[in-house]
Ligand binder design. Structure first.
Ligand SMILES: C[S@@+](CC[C@H](N)C(=O)[O-])C[C@H]1O[C@@H](n2cnc3c(N)ncnc32)[C@H](O)[C@@H]1O
Ligand code: SF4
Length: 367
């Protein structure tokens, strides 16, 4: 295969276990004691071998251990998986290897041991630096423990990120400002700021907890954008902000439509084989996607990026011409309203467009 974006492959490894279930969380995760971790890892290795037989010629650009709580995987097992990937495809020193950690799994040497095992980017689920908010979110760590975990991350990882959740019910701009002030004073390289969403099948939903009202949430969102931009963070995606050189390569692979495989219960991927595009799921199964289905996905994912969609990249990945695929009438309307900027090479959402991105995306896709 000629070397271009189509040669790239990312690997997502899902660890579907947590110490406790957070009441807002809709991710696939279970609280289970006495799991046979070594046996599960052996299963993961077999799946990697199967995928490697199909994708030997690909360049691995990123590996991401997500969850659930992958900081519960022992550093020995992380190393075993990385050695397997290295053996099967080759892992250059440039490959971004991330792991999501929860402060409630931190032990004195865990983050250092994970670094020794090969992790070179740590993403810490802090969620809040306020004890009341942490309690509301059902987190099992305190703000002090989160701060100690952040210190530990800073000592062991140049490349790192912190997740925060905002727009909690009744959260004021003043409260959110205090959080942002604290978090931006720590010299972190990357921040993911998520508005609390109340998902069905969560304890919050069953308890009837309501999200912050829309207008207030928009205010906090715009406040975050302005505050982070004035503190040296570039917003490069709906919820993601980075200092120069520290965007998440793995997440960008999804947003740009590069191939990835997913290992572990509930994980999924997108894989091009013999010029066909497949949705792949764990346990390994393949469902072919039409070019139009992939094109719609590329618009959904690509417009999340502030740089927008690169039209040649779009054509390369789904085989369709971008300008012929989208609704030109809707695009012209959006342009008039200042929701998007369109030129010969790219189409991107403006600040105003980001506020109603779902509407822009579905209209462009002709829905
Ligand atoms: C899959 S979780 C894994 C992180 C890790 N297990 C932890 O909780 O620290 C990734 C991130 O999604 C965010 N998240 C999960 N559920 C959310 C929700 N309902 N609303 C907003 N953000 C959410 C949290 O910030 C979390 O850190
Ligand atoms: S937020 Fe993280 S720790 Fe909490 S249940 Fe979800 S995946 Fe597990």
């Amino acid at each position: 295969m000629a070397k271009n974006i189509l040669s790239n492959l990312s690997i997502y490894v899902h660890w579907p276990f947590c110490k406790s279930k957070c009441p807002y969380c809709d991710f696939f995760s279970k609280v289970k004691k006495n799991i046979d971790q070594d046996a599960i890892i052996d299963g993961y290795i077999k799946q990697l071998e199967t995928y490697a037989n199909l994708t030997k010629d690909r360049d691995i650009v990123s590996v991401f251990f997500g969850g659930g709580t992958p900081s519960l995987i022992s550093p020995q097992n992380i190393e075993k998986i990385l050695n397997t990937i290295d053996h099967l495809w080759g892992l250059s020193s440039k490959v971004e290897i991330s792991l999501e950690a929860n402060p409630n799994t931190q032990t004195p040497h865990l983050f250092a041991d994970l670094a020794k095992a090969g992790i070179n980017r740590l993403s810490l689920g802090v969620q809040s630096l306020d004890d009341e908010e942490l309690k509301f979110l059902g987190r099992t760590h305190s703000a002090d423990e989160a701060m100690r975990a952040i210190d530990d991350v800073l000592q062991n990882y140049t490349n790192h990120s912190v997740d925060l959740i905002y727009a909690l019910p009744r959260q004021s701009t003043e409260q959110w400002y205090k959080e942002l002030k604290k978090i931006t004073s720590l010299g972190l390289k990357h921040l993911s700021l998520y508005q609390l969403t109340i998902e069905e099948n969560t304890v919050f939903y069953k308890k009837g907890i309501k999200a912050l009202d829309e207008e207030k949430a928009v205010q906090l969102y715009q406040f975050s954008d302005d505050y982070l931009s004035s503190h040296g963070y570039d917003k490069y995606e709906v919820s993601n902000y980075a200092k120069t050189g520290y965007q998440s390569r793995h997440n960008k692979a999804y947003w740009l439509g590069q191939d990835y495989i997913g290992i572990g219960q509930s994980a999924h991927g997108r894989l091009r084989l013999n010029n066909k595009i497949f949705a792949v799921t764990d346990p390994i199964s393949f469902e072919e996607l039409s070019n139009e289905e992939r094109a719609a996905e590329l618009i959904i994912m690509g417009l999340r990026l502030t740089e927008g969609i690169n039209k040649s990249n779009f054509k390369l990945v789904c085989g369709l011409d971008f300008d012929s695929f989208i609704s030109q009438d809707f695009k012209n309307d959006c342009q008039k309203q200042g929701l998007i900027v369109d030129n010969a090479d790219t189409l991107r959402a403006t600040k105003e467009g980001f506020l109603i991105l779902d509407y822009v995306i579905s209209g462009l896709c002709g829905a």
